[in-house]
Design a protein around this ligand. Structure first.
Ligand code: UDP
Ligand code: MG
Length: 325
C-alpha cells in the first residue's frame, strides 16, 4: 500500500531545544518508509506551534525550506496540547489516509511508527501505542498517572491504561473522532468511543530528549479534571449519595442526643452542633464546586467559541497547489 499518505502531527509549545533533534529523527523514519514504498512520497510531518514564545516557529519555517516533508501550522496564541492535536488532525484529515499523533520531545518511541502503519495496512483503524515501562518518568508522575487511570476506571470512563496521545487513526476513524466537537476535548477518553478495529503496540517511555516538561502540575490537574468532567457524571450522582449519607448520620446523632436528654445524660441538645455545622458547610461547598464545574462546562459549550485560531497554515497550500486531492 505505497499509496498510504501519512501525516504525523506533532504539537509543539516552546520546543526550540528539542525540535532540531526530533525533526531529524522523525524525518529519517518517514524517508525510510517512503524509500521502502510503505507510504506515499508526499507524506508529511505537520508541526503545530501552539503559540510558542521562543524560536519554535522559526525553526519549523527553516525545516520547511530544507525538506518538503515538513510543514507547520501556527496558532495565534497558546490553546493547549489537546487543541493543538485537534487542529493538526483536522487540517491533515482531508489529505491523509492515516494520521499519527506524537509529542515533540521523543519520549514516545518514534521507531514504532513503521509498525503502526503496518498495522493500519493490515486493516486496523486505530493503533494505540502503550507504555509498558515508565521507569524514566518521575515517581510522582508515575503514581499520579496510575491513580488517575484507576479513578477514571471507577468512574466508568473507557480508557486504554498507559496510553497517552501517541496513536494512529485511519481516515474514517479520524473523520468520526472529529465529529466530537466539544471544548477542552480529552482525546484519550474519546478515541475508544469511536470504535472500529483497534490494536495496541508497546514501547518503553524515554526521558525527554531536551528541554523541560510543558505540563506543570497546574496544567496536569486541569487536564485530569477535564478528563473526568468531560466523560463522567458520576461525581454528580455521588453527591446525592453523600448528601443522603450525611442526612442519615445527622438524624442518628439527633436521635441519640434526644434519648440522652430524656435519660438525663445531657442538659441541652447542642452536642455536636458545632462539628456538624463545619462538616456540613464543607460538604455543601464541595458539592457546589462539583455542580459548578459541570455548569461551567455547559456555559463554555453554549458559548461555542472557537477552540483554536490558526494564524498560519503551511500544510494545506502544498496539496492545493499540486492539485493532489
Ligand atoms: N504542548 C503543547 N501545548 C501546551 C503544552 C504542551 O502543544 O500547552 C506539547 C509539547 O510541546 C509536547 C507535548 O505537548 O510536544 C507534551 O508535552 P510535554 O512533553 O511537556 O508533557 P509531558 O510529557 O511532560 O507530560
Ligand atoms: Mg513529554
Amino acid at each position: 500500500m505505497a499509496n498510504t499518505r501519512l501525516t504525523i502531527v506533532v504539537p509543539c509549545y516552546n520546543e526550540e531545544e528539542v525540535l532540531p533533534k526530533s525533526s531529524v529523527v522523525l524525518s529519517d523514519i518517514l524517508h525510510e518508509m517512503m524509500d521502502k514504498g510503505q507510504i506515499a512520497t508526499d507524506s508529511q510531518i505537520l508541526f503545530v506551534d501552539d503559540g510558542s514564545k521562543d524560536r519554535t516557529w522559526k525553526i519549523i519555517r527553516e525545516l520547511e525550506e530544507k525538506d518538503h516533508c515538513f510543514s507547520g501550522l501556527r496558532f495565534s496564541r497558546n490553546f493547549g496540547h489537546q487543541n493543538a492535536l485537534v487542529a493538526g488532525m483536522t487540517t491533515a484529515y482531508k489529505y491523509s489516509d492515516a494520521v499519527i499523533t506524537i509529542d515533540s520531545d521523543l519520549q514516545d518511541d518514534p521507531h514504532l511508527i513503521p509498525e503502526m502503519v503496518a498495522k493500519y495496512q493490515e486493516g486496523y483503524d486505530v493503533v494505540f501505542a502503550v507504555r509498558n515501562d515508565r521507569s524514566t518518568d518521575s515517581a510522582f508522575k508515575r503514581n499520579t498517572a496510575e491513580l488517575f487511570y484507576k479513578i477514571m476506571g471507577k468512574l466508568g470512563v473507557d480508557m486504554v491504561p498507559d496510553h497517552a496521545d501517541y496513536r494512529l487513526l485511519s481516515h474514517r476513524a479520524l473523520g468520526e473522532l472529529l465529529k466530537f466537537s466539544e471544548h477542552d476535548p480529552f482525546l484519550r477518553g474519546l478515541v475508544p468511543q469511536v470504535g472500529f478495529p483497534a490494536t495496541k503496540l508497546y514501547y518503553k517511555r524515554a526521558p525527554r530528549a531536551a528541554g523541560e516538561s510543558k505540563y506543570p502540575l497546574k496544567k496536569m490537574v486541569k487536564f485530569a479534571l477535564d478528563g473526568i468532567t468531560s466523560n463522567s457524571v458520576t461525581p454528580l450522582k455521588a453527591l446525592a449519595v453523600v448528601g443522603a449519607g450525611v442526612t442519615a448520620i445527622g438524624g442518628i446523632i439527633g436521635i441519640v442526643d434526644l434519648i440522652k436528654l430524656c435519660l438525663g445524660f445531657n442538659e441541652t441538645l447542642l452536642n455536636g452542633v458545632m462539628v456538624s455545622l463545619w462538616i456540613l458547610g464543607g460538604i455543601n461547598l464541595m458539592g457546589l464546586g462539583v455542580v459548578g464545574t459541570y455548569v461551567g462546562k455547559v456555559f463554555t459549550e453554549s458559548k461555542n467559541r472557537p477552540r483554536y485560531i490558526i494564524q498560519e497554515d503551511d500544510y494545506t497550500p502544498q496539496f492545493n497547489q499540486n492539485n493532489k486531492n
